[in-house]
Design a protein around this ligand. Structure first.
Ligand SMILES: C[S@@+](CC[C@H](N)C(=O)[O-])C[C@H]1O[C@@H](n2cnc3c(N)ncnc32)[C@H](O)[C@@H]1O
Length: 209
């Protein structure tokens, strides 16, 4: 279970990185990201989509641009503030909310898809989180996770808090999806052009039955 004290420590870590985050995380080919996201969701911009661990709003802003009713949650208020600033700047609509992705402030079956990018490795309780994402999905809705496949075991990101997915294997991610009750799980290796600076992207899709 994700404990509040751990979540506070994690929020403080990301709040401390908020200002530099975008310049340190290159996702250069935005057209390719948009196309990949739209193909995975498959609703032509017609639907409600939640970006969990949205940070500075990378996927949430793309979703809004694609025409989706976009929402984004994160525990780090300073990351969200950067996202809100960008949304204002680009004239995009995103409903940003400060919340833990294991305890979402939404009713059951609210969203057509729940997406996330670079988030699952940072979670203390990934299976609990995916179950919560599944709860807010409509039946037939998808969880879509973008992750770089890197083994980060041994790294101490939050001062000793255990992060089960730092191992970074595709099998480990699929096991979490499966344990949370998602079906029709697919794993897609994405082209290097997604980001030359940060390679090895994989997309995991699972459906709520
Ligand atoms: C590596 S950043 C990714 C941000 C964004 N998705 C992107 O790709 O640019 C990880 C984000 O996950 C958020 N996060 C970590 N644990 C979380 C949790 N339990 N609930 C909500 N957000 C969380 C952090 O605050 C941080 O903004």
């Amino acid at each position: 279970m994700a404990h509040q004290m751990d979540l506070d420590t994690i929020a403080a870590y990301w709040n401390g990185r908020a200002v530099e985050f975008d310049s340190e995380h290159d996702t250069e080919d935005l057209a390719l990201w948009s196309q990949t996201l739209e193909q995975a969701i498959g609703l032509n911009g017609d639907g409600a989509v939640l970006d969990v661990g949205t940070g500075t709003g990378f996927l949430a802003l793309l979703l809004s641009k694609l025409g989706y009713a976009a929402s984004g949650v994160d525990i780090a208020a300073d990351m969200l503030a950067q996202g809100a600033e960008k949304a204002k700047c680009f004239g995009l609509q995103v409903d940003f909310q400060e919340a833990a992705c294991e305890r979402l402030p939404y009713a059951d079956e609210t969203f057509d898809a729940v997406v996330n990018c670079r988030v699952m490795w940072t979670l203390t309780a990934p299976e609990e989180a995916v179950r919560e994402w599944k709860r807010v999905l409509k039946p037939g809705g998808k969880v879509i996770s973008f992750m770089r496949m890197m083994d980060m075991t041994g790294g101490d990101f939050y001062g000793g808090i255990d992060l089960p997915l730092t191992v970074g294997t595709r099998e480990a991610y699929c096991e979490v999806y499966d344990a949370a009750g998602l079906k029709r799980i697919t794993v897609t290796e994405l082209p290097e052009a997604m980001s030359s600076q940060e390679p090895h992207w994989t997309m995991f899709v699972g459906m709520k039955p």
